[in-house]
Design a protein around this ligand. Structure first.
Ligand SMILES: [Zn+2]
Length: 443
């Protein structure tokens, strides 16, 4: 009998010890320990930096919410106190909130939206959803463009992760009012991009879109380069189109297909240097997927300039300008139609100095399906594959054929990176061009 009691007591003690060990280690087992350690810190404002990124990711949803809901003046006080102690102190960046998550960032194309001066985050989320999914027409009967309704992206939705950061960018820390519009000389919202990329890389972005709520100061609020700047206050039809246009620059390094009417014959008009004309195709146009030189040899077999009868008439009018002043006054007399642009040297395609800025009709012969060859584009030394496209005008919600193929090649060859003949050839086309570094080195 006594033996049985001792046996039961030993078994109970054993169970107790096992339970205590498991219970004591439970927090470590489920990874909560870092959160508990955080809450014991005297200052529980969490500063996001590459070093403590892992901690941040492990914080449960409700913990971040309580930090987010801190009274505004507390945050401001905390921030200025930090700034007083050290000028290199990184601001708290916020937390990544997924809108679309297909897999971990290393395997996908990650778009990260960083808000600037946004007050309503549920509105931000629905604007991003519009940018991704919305179709149909806006109140002005304009078709709405969105990422996953546009070819080629429509077929590659599973390659994307899309997220936003739940805290506005610190505009002072990232020096966000350094831009200036060269059209109006007014300030533009543009941040220190190197600093921004370095700090926000903890969120694993492939492409960053700074989505801002600032009254436009002059022409050109949105832009697409390494970082895209997108004005959240654009109307429904404009928002999706602007995102897609800037993403064409940002993701595909596509060029604008509209002509800068007021530019002094960009980029060779100001110079008497013949090599600018001669090298422009070799150095610039050849690697731009959606522009080509005279006759569009990349997608047409031959050409006949006289096929653009409107351009021929316009050039007859412009060619009467024998000096820069005369060229300018023709544009004034015709009220901008045609707009004549002065070149210091005879234009390499038309052999006249005063040239109409844009063509209207296809001069290409035997072109690939869905392509044409129309004068005008980013500057007055190029031809483009279509008269309408996302890279040209807001009324259009499709990329033209060469743009589409280029974008699709990136999607096929990256995220995750593919090694095959198509991708090797594709990459080799761009290996010496810095703007295509991301395509060449993609993950
Ligand atoms: Zn553009």
């Amino acid at each position: 009998m006594n033996k049985d009691v001792i046996g039961i007591v030993i078994i109970l003690l054993f169970i107790g010890i096992i339970t205590w060990i498991i219970w004591g280690s439970w927090d470590i087992f489920i990874g909560k320990k870092s959160v508990l350690e955080n809450s014991n810190k005297p200052n529980n404002e969490i500063v996001v930096s590459p070093e403590n990124n892992l901690e941040l990711k492990q914080i449960p949803q409700n913990a971040t919410t309580s930090i987010q809901e801190q009274p505004k003046n507390t945050q401001v006080q905390g921030k200025s106190a930090q700034q007083n102690t050290t000028s290199t102190q990184k601001p708290r960046l916020g937390v990544k909130k997924y809108i679309l998550q297909n897999d971990e960032p290393s395997k996908k194309l990650d778009l990260i939206f960083i808000p600037a001066n946004i007050t309503n985050f549920s509105s931000l989320q629905s604007k991003i959803e519009e940018i991704l999914y919305k179709n149909g027409k806006d109140v002005n009967d304009r078709p709405i463009a969105s990422l996953f309704n546009t070819e080629p992206f429509i077929n590659y939705k599973n390659k994307f992760n899309v997220a936003y950061i739940d805290k506005n960018i610190d505009e002072t820390f990232f020096n966000c009012w350094q831009g200036q519009s060269n059209m109006t000389n007014q300030a533009l919202f543009r941040c220190d991009e190197e600093k921004l990329q370095e700090a926000y890389k903890i969120f694993d972005p492939d492409y960053i879109i700074v989505i801002f709520n600032h009254t436009l100061r002059g022409f050109g609020g949105s832009s697409g380069g390494t970082i895209q700047y997108l004005d959240i206050n654009l109307t429904l039809g404009q928002l999706g189109w602007t995102f897609m246009h800037e993403f064409g620059h940002q993701f595909g390094s596509l060029a604008d297909e509209y002509s800068y009417q007021k530019s002094p014959a960009f980029p060779c008009g100001d110079t008497n240097n013949l090599s600018c004309f001669e090298n422009y195709y070799r150095d610039t146009i050849k690697i731009i997927p959606n522009l080509d030189t005279l006759g569009c040899p990349e997608w047409c077999t031959s050409y006949d300039l006289s096929l653009d009868t409107v351009l021929t008439l316009d050039n007859n009018t412009c060619s009467q300008g024998k000096t820069e002043q005369e060229c300018k006054s023709i544009t004034e007399q015709t009220f901008g139609s045609p707009t004549c642009i002065w070149f210091n040297l005879p234009h390499p395609f038309f052999k006249i100095n005063c040239v109409s800025h844009v063509g209207t009709k296809n001069i290409g012969i035997n072109c690939k399906p869905n392509t044409e060859c129309i004068f005008g584009g980013d500057g007055q030394l190029t031809f483009k594959p279509s008269s309408n496209s996302i890279m040209n005008n807001a009324g259009s919600i499709t990329f033209n054929q060469p743009s589409k193929e280029h974008l699709e090649n990136i999607l096929k060859c990256c995220y995750p990176r593919q090694e095959n003949e198509l991708c090797t050839n594709f990459r080799n086309q761009f290996k010496n061009a810095s703007q295509y570094e991301k395509i060449f080195n993609c993950q």
